[in-house]
Write a protein that binds this ligand. Structure first.
Ligand SMILES: [Zn+2]
Length: 504
């Protein structure tokens, strides 16, 4: 049997800093990975969804039909033209490969283009149109997906990651590929039920290693064991965009039993809804986290600067944590990473060993705080190329752009030119910076840093600084959600049906 594999992955941030939106990005301008056709055959080993799909098809003994894979950094909505280009390229390759017996796609699940709220739904609908109603079409999504009714209608099966950090990307993809393999041979006939909850989920409550998220993953594992259930997923949503797809969803896939799928999806959705307060967390200011951390006395204390999480679309140049480290003389400490191409270029041109005066960060918008004046020693410089080695992106090549390790009196800063979040220790190590002896670490990340930093952390606090990605949902400038949402509206009721009256 011939199984087509491809991916168009983009997480779209609608609340990014203005400097990032000056020019509309394209998928190409934000792409970390852009692979065509036969190039996909070399995949299978790294921890990405597409690697997992390729591996899963290969292990099933079916024929791999490679399409294309674009994986782009989180950015504001891409141009309509670049979305069209990518879809047309994907469809063209699929058209030439027809007939196929199944299509497996990696789609982030929170992708929007200018004028297109639901770009993932658009991709799935157009693929469905091309292959017809009978060919199984399955997609694997990031945990932070906003599943839409359009996606539900177009796809035969939707599978979502369960972990944060996303260490199970390849695993969930292999799971989907196995369902596909059993489907194309007629062994199973997937039936899917999706439920959409009016629930915004705090990122600090998505960490699967801790309760309450570990309870939710436990619930999914329990569903996995039930007779007739092929797959169960929760999409926790991506909240930093203003459109009607935003929200939590649950998906249950069964073998040829719609009623069973519906019943289990209802049960899972009600289980989440009954606990809706558990998925929320009040904002935590850095000073308060510092007090709690010192009381606990477990070092290094890691401050996850979730408001300036570059992985979520923030600019990565907020200065509140850096100022706190300097003003309170919190040493030895490190800030990972400040995104500031000007300072990175200045340091690279001065070279290792030089002492330079810099004005770092605080350039994207006033909200992120003023630039910080420092006199630093350049400890090391880099062209920014390295390979991730933590469990999340193990084997993936990183490109930080011109970068440097800077130090002023025990406060260390890694400055980079690209907009990337610290997912593991590999890049610091490539500069010669050892994070383990630090007493204080600030990372511009919400959850993914745990992939590499959890093993060395004494204590971890997700803190709320003044920066682009507020985790206080009541402060986000929503106007187009199309339904009342918890916790913005604490009294909202969920009836089991999606309120669709405001949908375009
Ligand atoms: Zn994610």
């Amino acid at each position: 049997m011939r199984i087509a594999v491809g991916g168009i992955e983009h997480e779209t941030c609608g609340f990014a800093a203005p400097s990032l939106t000056a020019e509309a990005p394209t998928l190409m301008s934000e792409a970390r990975v852009w692979k065509y056709g036969e190039e996909l055959r070399s995949l299978g080993d790294a921890n990405t969804i597409v690697d997992g799909l390729v591996r899963g098809v290969r292990e099933s003994g079916h024929e791999l039909v490679p399409l294309l894979w674009i994986d782009a950094n989180t950015s504001p909505p891409v141009t309509r033209e670049s979305l069209e280009c990518a879809i047309e390229d994907l469809l063209d390759r699929l058209r030439k490969a027809l007939p196929v017996d199944g299509v497996l796609l990696s789609l982030h699940g929170a992708f929007a283009a200018q004028g297109v709220d639901d770009a993932d739904g658009e991709v799935l609908s157009r693929v469905r149109e091309l292959v017809g109603p009978k060919v199984p079409l399955m997609a694997v999504h990031d945990l932070h997906c906003n599943i839409s009714p359009v996606m539900e209608r177009a796809a035969s099966v939707l599978v979502v990651e369960r972990t944060y950090p996303h260490v199970d990307m390849a695993e969930r993809a292999v799971h989907a590929a196995r369902i596909m393999a059993r489907t194309v041979t007629g062994e199973v006939r997937p039936t899917m039920a999706v439920r959409f909850l009016p629930l915004l989920w705090s990122a600090a409550r998505m960490i699967d290693a801790e309760p309450p998220m570990s309870d939710a993953v436990g619930k999914l594992r329990e569903l996995d064991q039930r007779p007739g259930v092929l797959s169960a997923s929760i999409g926790v949503g991506y909240q930093w965009i203003d459109n009607p797809t935003v929200g939590t969803s649950v998906i249950v896939v069964t073998d040829n039993d719609e009623e069973l799928a519906r019943r289990n999806a209802d049960e899972l959705a009600e289980w989440l809804w009954d606990r809706r307060s558990q998925w929320q967390r009040e904002p935590l200011p850095p000073e308060l986290a510092l007090d709690q951390g010192e009381q606990r006395g477990k070092y290094p204390i890691v401050f996850a600067d979730q408001g300036d999480n570059t992985g979520g679309g923030a600019a990565g140049d907020a200065t509140e944590m850096l100022r706190l480290f300097i003003e309170r003389k919190l040493v030895p400490s490190a800030v990972l990473y400040m995104v500031d191409p000007d300072v990175a270029a200045q340091a690279v041109s001065a070279g290792a060993g030089a002492e330079i005066d810099i004005l770092i960060g605080g350039k994207s918008q006033p909200l992120v705080g003023p630039p910080v004046s420092m006199r630093v020693r350049v400890r090391a410089v880099s062209n920014g190329q390295f390979t991730y080695d933590g469990p999340m992106w193990a084997g993936v090549v990183g490109e930080m752009g011109p970068s440097a390790w800077l130090e002023q009196d025990g406060v260390h800063v890694v400055v980079i030119s690209g907009r990337h979040q610290p997912v593991d220790l590999a890049f610091c190590r490539s500069l010669g910076l050892d994070c383990r002896p630090m007493r204080y670490l600030a990372v511009k990340s919400t959850g993914h840093f745990r992939s590499g930093f959890a093993p060395i952390a004494g204590s971890i606090f997700n803190v709320d600084t003044a920066s682009a990605l507020s985790h206080d949902f009541r402060r986000l400038p929503y106007t187009r959600l199309g339904r009342r949402m918890f916790p913005i509206d604490p009294n909202v009721s969920w009836t089991g049906e999606r309120q669709t009256e405001s949908q375009p």
